[in-house]
Design a protein around this ligand. Structure first.
Ligand code: PLP
Length: 426
């Protein structure tokens, strides 16, 4: 072989023996900046200084304090860099990487994702977002006129509309129990679901953490009750995944679907779909393309040409998460929640609209300033303090939704509380 040809093949990532560069070589190339940035984060330290180091891995627009992770997550710098590297590798040799060159890396991401939920990689499909996952479930079900789906009043439109659209022509009924807004116990919520079940119920479609007021729904209890009556359970995990540890084997649901671009801080447009091995028989691909005959769960993620750099970016996001530590992230989320709630508890003008119990809420808290319109509060937080929040006005809420992600420091919460108090007193 001539020197020129050897050099050419080397640039393409093809060794002299004609073999593709190994998966680990490609991964290492993309992940190098990530690994370097993470070295500092592996300490067992949980001090505010440690969390400031975590925060330094994120980048926001000048002057912005981002309490709006529930709307869309922020991607840390090393994950952005890793994803850009994957994009470059792909665009240097598109056909190679889109059509099989990254097969092993994708399987690696699937394994890391399965570990996140304590399930098998044969139960994980890598999709685009929660909306797609809910459509996949709703479009798959062979339901008949008179069959009922339970979908409570706090469900997100992305989890309700697919049922309406895919099942409307069949005459199925959407049953929508009204959930308590500020439950004092898990049982209060379970009871709402218990009362909604009839002999016609086929599926309970339930959110893990509702986007309205941050309430966590009791999945394990509802799933147990549903399965005792032969009802399938489909979960919208968009707001929960990444905030705290989730063991899907323990919850025992049939389906769980996630947007990784929220609390897992992945690149945008990457989602996760879990289907319990025994429940996969109910599912049909939403998009039919090459590979649809595959009997494994991979048949649900075959879109032909797709966003592979972002999928590999999810792998980087999971590495980032594991380097910080899942338990530390969960503990920090609850620490920030308690810190915020404690700071405002004696102010009678600031009213929390999120249940207090840790089993019923975590990193999203919703607060009303008595006597102030939420739109004004949202605008003043942003205009006067650079704080981004989400105004919530459904369900009679007149409150801002605040997200306490791991890049938020206690100093920023202090500023937030001063801002809320100033607006309340004005
Ligand atoms: C509870 C819930 N479900 C589903 C979605 C839809 O997420 P995506 O647009 O990533 O599909 C959201 C988005 O905010 C959400 O909060």
């Amino acid at each position: 072989m001539s020197d020129n040809r050897r050099k050419f093949l080397k640039t393409l990532g093809i060794g002299t023996a004609g073999a593709l560069a190994t998966p680990s070589q490609i991964w290492a190339q993309a992940a190098t900046p990530l690994q370097a940035a993470l070295t500092d984060l592996k300490s067992t330290d949980t001090s505010e200084a440690f969390w400031e180091t975590v925060q330094s891995q994120f980048r926001f627009a000048e002057g912005l304090t981002y309490f709006n992770n529930g709307s869309l997550g922020a991607c840390p710098k090393p994950i952005r860099e890793a994803t850009l590297n994957f994009r470059d590798i792909l665009d240097d040799f598109p056909s190679k990487y889109m059509w099989g060159g990254w097969k092993d890396e994708i399987e690696e991401v699937r394994k890391k994702t399965a570990a996140l939920f304590s399930v098998s990689e044969e139960e994980i499909a890598l999709i685009h977002n929660t909306t797609e996952g809910m459509n996949l479930i709703a479009s798959s079900m062979d339901l008949n006129a008179g069959d009922e789906i339970i979908s409570a009043d706090h469900e997100h439109t992305s989890a309700v509309n697919p049922w309406k659209y895919w099942q409307a022509s069949k005459g199925i009924k959407l049953v929508s129990p009204i959930l308590p807004m500020l439950p004092k116990s898990v049982e209060e919520i379970v009871d709402s679901y218990r009362k909604a079940i009839t002999p016609n119920t086929k599926v309970i479609s339930i959110c893990h953490l509702v986007n309205t007021n941050g309430m966590i729904l009791p999945l394990k209890e509802v799933t147990k009750m549903a399965h005792e009556q032969g009802i399938l359970v489909a979960i919208d995990g968009a707001q929960a995944t990444g905030m705290f540890t989730i063991d899907l084997k323990d919850i025992d649901c049939d389906f769980y679907t996630v947007s990784a671009h929220k609390w897992l801080f992945s690149p945008k447009g990457v989602g996760i779909f879990y289907a319990k091995q025994e429940s996969q028989k109910h599912l049909k691909p939403l998009i039919v393309a090459r590979g649809y005959e595959d009997t494994s769960i991979r048949r649900l993620e075959n879109y032909n040409t797709r966003n592979l750099p972002e999928v590999l970016g999810l792998g980087a996001a999971l590495d980032f998460r594991n380097s910080v530590g899942a338990q530390k992230i969960q503990d920090r989320t609850y620490d920030l929640k308690h810190y915020f709630r404690d700071k405002i508890k004696n102010n009678t003008k600031l009213v929390l609209k999120t249940p207090a119990l840790d089993s019923l809420s975590a990193g999203i808290q919703v607060v009303e300033i008595l006597g102030k319109d939420v739109k004004e509060v949202k605008n003043r937080l942003f205009d006067d303090y650079g704080i981004d929040s989400r105004p919530m006005s459904t369900f009679g809420l007149n409150a801002v939704r605040l997200s306490f992600a791991i890049f938020i420091t206690k100093k920023q919460i202090d500023t937030l509380v001063v801002a809320l108090e100033t607006i309340a007193n004005s």
